[in-house]
Design a protein around this ligand. Structure first.
Ligand SMILES: C[S@@+](CC[C@H](N)C(=O)[O-])C[C@H]1O[C@@H](n2cnc3c(N)ncnc32)[C@H](O)[C@@H]1O
Length: 228
């Protein structure tokens, strides 16, 4: 692991001035993008795997990359079942060096989260814990809508409920994520500095060895109904 990861650089230094209006618009508008068949198939397969293991409390590792965090979470929460979702077949297929016995309480699936999250909500499948770890920051001012909290799917992410945690090496991302949850959920969610003892994900490890500050926001959210 090289200590050469570049710091996020952006002309945006605080919460985007259009975030509140954008989140309000997305909360008030039905997001009607049709589901892609391959996402439906991936969703069905992952739910079948979860049910085959007794439908334990569910953990969603959203944007799991190579899935190291999926494995770490499965080992950390043996009485849960972890679903790691990523759109990159290449990342999901990479071999992970694992320290000892591989946990069995997880599955990694290739799907677009924009559909996967809404399929969960529609099927009333609720995560007990939900991780969004080091999403692409899209740090340019004009890229707000590419960040998850600026995306029309964000109300579905919050409606799923559970213990929701987002981590980033860009403070603004975690602050915006917290602000958007607060707006939708009516609670005050804060962004905090975070220094893990052991990295949960490859990106976390890369940022740690490169000396980046890490940020996270965590919220306990009551599930809300699907309104698609
Ligand atoms: C910066 S990487 C972080 C990976 C991992 N969480 C980590 O911390 O090591 C972001 C990941 O999100 C995935 N991703 C981005 N947009 C996605 C989408 N719409 N659906 C599924 N995965 C997505 C990418 O393929 C990528 O693996």
């Amino acid at each position: 692991m090289h200590a050469n990861s570049r710091f996020v650089s952006s002309a945006q230094t605080g919460i985007h001035e259009q975030l509140t209006a954008l989140v309000a618009k997305h909360a008030a508008t039905e997001f009607k993008k049709p589901f892609m068949p391959y996402n439906h198939a991936a969703f069905d397969a992952s739910i079948a795997a979860w049910q085959a293991q007794g439908a334990k409390p569910l953990i969603l590792d959203a944007g799991c990359g190579v899935g190291l965090s999926t494995l770490n979470l499965a080992a950390q929460f043996p009485d849960h079942f972890v679903i790691g979702v990523d759109q990159s077949a290449d990342r999901l297929a990479r071999n992970i060096v694992w320290r000892d016995d591989m946990p069995a309480n997880f599955i990694k699936v290739r799907a677009d989260l924009v559909d996967y999250w809404r399929l969960m909500l529609k099927a009333n499948v609720r995560p007990a814990r939900h991780y969004v770890l080091y999403p692409n920051p899209w740090p340019k001012i004009g890229q707000l809508q590419r960040r998850w909290h600026g995306h029309p799917v964000f109300p579905a992410i919050v409606a799923l409920g559970g213990e929701l945690e987002c981590r980033s090496n860009w403070r603004v991302y975690a602050e915006e994520f917290a602000s958007a949850i607060s707006q939708l959920n009516g609670t005050h969610v804060q962004c905090e500095a975070y220094a893990p003892d052991r990295a949960l994900t490859p990106f976390e490890q890369k940022y740690q060895v490169s000396g980046h500050a890490l940020w996270r926001c965590r919220a306990t959210i009551q599930p809300a109904a699907w309104r698609g």
